[in-house]
Structure formats: C-alpha cells, structure tokens
Design a protein around this ligand. Structure first.
Ligand SMILES: Nc1ncnc2c1ncn2[C@@H]1O[C@H](COP(=O)(O)OP(=O)(O)OP(=O)(O)O)[C@@H](O)[C@H]1O
Length: 276
C-alpha cells in the first residue's frame, strides 16, 4: 500500500515536472556594484505550469524584473538553475520560446503599427506573405484591426501598449513575459486592457508571466500570485487562486476576491521595510 502511494506521489510529481514550462531552482543573482553586492534574487524556486497566468508582485527592488529577465535570458543568474520548456533560458531564447512586453510600449515612431509588429519578423527572415498574415492576425487578437497603417503617436497609450503586446505575439511563442505593461495607464483603461488580456489568454492558452505593483490587477488576472520581498529578493508567498478562469470585472467585489487580496497585502506587509 505504502509503495502504491509512493508510486502515485512520484507519478504525480513527474506529471507536474513534465507540465512545468518554467522551472527555477534556488535561483540567485547578485549584481556587483560600486556600493558592494546587491542580492537581486536569492534562492528563488518556482514552477510555472503550461497555460498558467502568474503574477509577480512586491515592493520596488524585490527582483521582479530581474526574475523575468532571467527567464528571458536577458540576465544571467549567479546561482541555481532555470529552465524554460525543459531547456536552458539561452536555448529557449534561440528557439523563440517567448515574447517579451516591456514597461513602455517601445514602438518606433517612424514606423507604422504594422511596421513595428513586422520588424522582428523581418529580422527573423519570415516571408512577406507570412509577415502580412501574422500582422493581421495579431492585430485582430489585440482588437486593433484597421490600425495597421497608423503611427504610434496617432494611438492612445493603451492602444500603443496593445500594439506592443501584438508585436510580442507575432511569432507564436507559447510564453508571454510582461513587465508591468499597464503601469503607466489610468485605471479605467487598465481595467479594459486587463479584461482584454484575460480574453486573449483564454483564446490562445499561452503561459503568462506578469509583473505588477497592483494588488487588484494581480488577483484579477492570475491563476497564481507570487509575492516577493526585497534585500535579498526572494519569494515570500505563492497563492494559487481559487477564482474561476472566466472573470467579469465585478468578481473584484466578491468575498473570495477580497480574501485573496488580503492575503497578498499581508504578504507584502510582512516583507516590507519602512526605512526606505
Ligand atoms: N544591472 C543592474 N546592476 C546593478 N543592480 C541592479 C541591476 N538591475 C537591477 N539591480 C538591482 O537589483 C534589485 C532588483 O531590481 P529589480 O529591477 O529586479 O526590482 P523590481 O522588483 O523589478 O523593482 P521595480 O518594482 O522598481 O521595477 C534592485 O536593488 C536593483 O537596484
């Protein structure tokens, strides 16, 4: 009997491992600066399963961006390991495993929206016909069909951010890494983009890593909320959300939502130091 349970447990953990798209184990990153070492990440372990929506929340400097950049092979850990789709972050980057959305939309003002989305496809050598088909498809996905020929400055901030999401989606990566993409937008626009992002996630089944400072945004969007704390940057709580995947904005008024938000707030308080 005991053997059976052990077998089942190991089977279960094998299944969990097989389904993990991103696996970090004891990940550490220390920056050497003129003021001495900065421990941006210390002993961070986390599994992200296929199709999960994972938010990272925590005070400034707790290592959220650094963690996302390690996943994207834009930073190199000084300890521990990280795999993306079962291979190193560097190999995953070469295989174009993910799209990355930065804090600012970062669109080139001299290129049209279509031209901006097309740029990485041009660099990667996609055929003209393939480029055109992909640009049309991702513009549709982010609700910007018809805006292909506009320039970034002709669009609102929210539309620009959607265009930058479209650009990250253009080469069909299964993973989308988003670093505070809506931080600079007003709350109503942000609500709208949150709804659209959830719809896009439901339609595409992508695995999403999302950095935010907003508790309601983290709770509204995520299947898993990772609370981080600084000095050194580490994970202080991981909350698996019991909320259903289909979420109207009104879900934010339910007791279940408020309870999760409280737990996130408690986690943030526990890891916060008020001397800075
Ligand atoms: N290239 C770098 N060189 C030196 N220190 C760095 C570098 N990048 C980040 N850091 C430091 O590492 C720590 C974590 O930074 P990180 O940007 O990951 O935090 P964050 O949680 O994303 O912060 P924020 O919410 O302000 O964006 C901070 O103390 C930061 O100053």
């Amino acid at each position: 009997m005991e053997q059976m349970i052990n077998n089942q447990l190991s089977l279960h953990s094998d299944v969990a491992t097989a389904a993990a798209v991103i696996q970090a184990q004891n990940l550490s990153l220390t920056f050497q600066t003129n003021d001495g070492p900065v421990h941006a990440l210390k002993d961070v372990s986390l599994d992200i399963g296929k199709g999960e929506f994972v938010s990272f929340i925590g005070p400034s400097g707790c290592g959220k961006t650094t963690f996302l950049r390690c996943m994207a092979d834009l930073e190199h850990p000084t300890g521990g390991s990280i795999t993306v789709n079962g291979v190193s972050a560097a190999e995953a980057r070469k295989a174009r495993a993910y799209g990355y959305v930065f804090q600012a939309a970062g669109l080139y003002p001299w290129r049209t929206i279509g031209g901006n989305i097309r740029l990485p496809l041009e660099i990667m050598g996609y055929s003209k016909a393939d480029q055109a088909e992909r640009v049309a498809r991702v513009l549709e996905l982010v609700d910007l069909a018809g805006f292909e020929k506009k320039y970034p400055w002709q669009l609102s901030g929210g539309m620009q951010q959607r265009a930058s999401i479209a650009r990250a989606l253009a080469f069909d990566a299964d993973i989308l890494l988003m670093d505070e993409p809506f931080g600079a937008l007003d709350e109503i626009v942000r609500d709208h983009l949150n709804e659209q992002l959830l719809a896009l996630w439901a339609r595409t089944g992508k695995t999403i890593g999302f950095v935010t400072h907003s508790i309601p945004e983290a709770v509204y969007l995520s299947t898993k909320i990772v609370v981080m704390s600084p000095r050194p940057g580490r994970i202080s709580d991981v909350i698996d959300s019991p909320l259903p995947r289909e979420r109207p904005l009104e879900i934010r008024d339910t007791p279940e939502f408020i309870e999760i938000a409280h737990r996130v707030r408690d986690g943030l308080r526990a890891g916060h130091s008020y001397d800075d």
